[in-house]
Write a protein that binds this ligand. Structure first.
Ligand SMILES: [Cu+2]
Length: 152
């Protein structure tokens, strides 16, 4: 076998692995706000893009008892949050969560979120009928600002 063929096989094996797929997905500007006293949930905003079509199907964080994908909709003049099962990630498209009206919701925070710290979270992404991958990321904690429209 020539070196070139060996190299081609090696390259093919890499391209089939999920790790390469994980490199195709980019998470940018993930952030949340510092929590107010007594606040037990937090919303994470981010931008995400995938070079290949994929579906975001879940989220988890070691800092929260549970985490959900949420959408915000105005109903009777009030912003309401609802859990959604998935967020489509079309190939090569940047999904800006705040523009799309979605966020990651951390529920049952195990500790207050302090400005300047990082919140670790993991996105669960379906890349084919049978395959999912877990992508670790961190959200920057920005200062708590009053009168923000996103109340919890
Ligand atoms: Cu929410």
């Amino acid at each position: 076998m020539t070196k070139l063929i060996k190299w081609a096989i090696y390259l093919g094996a890499i391209l089939l692995s999920s790790n390469v797929y994980a490199d195709d997905i980019e998470i940018l500007h993930a952030w949340t706000r510092a929590t107010a006293p007594g606040q037990e949930s937090a919303a994470i905003d981010l931008m995400i893009s995938s070079k290949q079509t994929a579906t975001l199907i879940g989220v988890k964080s070691s800092l929260a008892q549970s985490a959900e994908l949420h959408t915000m909709q105005e109903e009777h003049g009030v912003m309401q949050m609802r859990e959604i099962k998935s967020i489509e990630l079309p190939a090569g498209t940047v999904i800006n969560f705040s523009e799309t009206g979605v966020h990651l919701m951390l529920i049952g925070l195990k500790m207050p979120l302090k400005e300047g710290t990082k919140v670790p979270f993991t996105l669960i992404i379906k890349i084919s009928e049978k395959e999912t991958l877990e992508l670790k990321a961190e959200a920057t904690v920005k200062p708590l600002v009053e009168n923000h429209h996103h109340h919890h």
